[in-house]
Write a protein that binds this ligand. Structure first.
Ligand code: DX5
Ligand code: ZN
Length: 223
């Protein structure tokens, strides 16, 4: 087992898995528990083969909740053109993929300059090394454990060594960015990531379908 994370464990339920005709009801389900983070998946139908929702929806959810930490995951070809809108809508953290062709570093700086936390995201096929140029600048690194685009997919075990590498690099440099996983996370796959040093767990399907969501939260975050 790798050394443990420098951060408390967090569950970030993904509102993507809620009923999109009743997102406010999905938000209420999360608010009934002592959950601190909410994961918001933004898809453009181009970088990923699906659409989700945009800044207006984030702003309307923000109006209904001022406490949750809005962890906003942009799956866009041109995140540099849209970060401002999501920050204005109430995001607390905006994470951007490293794969599309745009200035990642300038976009991270722009997010920070607006007073928001920033993160980078690596697709399953993207090596850990792609994070290295940004490792001292980010508040979070998200390792995708499915190919992004849809909830309800199966966890890709091949991504586990990448988490361990990023965690080792974090400890060796005395950094404390959060290490997050997203896709197919449940009470069986989360412990595998925990062993690699992951501290932040996105869960859509497994959270919203859980019979006992309080037990699910406890299973992820511990006592
Ligand atoms: C990928 C999304 C999903 C989602 C998690 O497109 O980022 O990974 O929020 O969904 P589940 O937990 O259903 O795999
Ligand atoms: Zn996500």
């Amino acid at each position: 087992m790798t050394s443990s994370s420098p951060n408390p464990l967090r569950l970030a339920p993904s509102i993507l898995a809620a009923d999109h005709a009743h997102l406010a009801a999905g938000l209420e389900i999360v608010r009934q528990l002592p959950v601190k983070w909410l994961h918001l998946d933004i898809m453009d139908g181009h970088f990923v083969p699906n659409f989700s929702f945009g800044p207006q929806t984030v702003a309307d959810l923000r109006k209904r909740d001022h406490e949750l930490f809005f962890d906003t995951h942009l799956m866009l070809d041109n995140p540099d053109e849209h970060v401002d809108a999501f920050i204005k809508a109430g995001a607390n953290l905006v994470s951007i993929h490293v794969e599309p062709d745009y200035d990642v570093e300038a976009t991270l700086e722009r997010i920070k300059a607006a007073g928001c936390q920033c993160g980078i995201v690596l697709n399953p096929g993207t090596p850990a090394e792609a994070a290295l140029p940004f490792i001292r600048k980010v508040d979070l690194i998200l390792v995708m454990t499915v190919w992004p685009g849809f909830g309800g997919q199966s966890f890709i075990e091949d991504t586990l060594p990448k988490m361990g590498l990023l965690h080792d690099w974090r400890m060796a440099r005395n950094l404390n960015f959060r290490l997050e996983v997203d896709g197919g996370i449940d009470l069986e796959t989360a412990p595998l990531c925990r062993e690699q040093g992951v501290d932040t767990y996105v869960a859509g399907t497994a959270f919203f379908k859980a019979e006992d969501r309080a037990a699910f939260l406890k299973g992820i975050e511990g006592a």
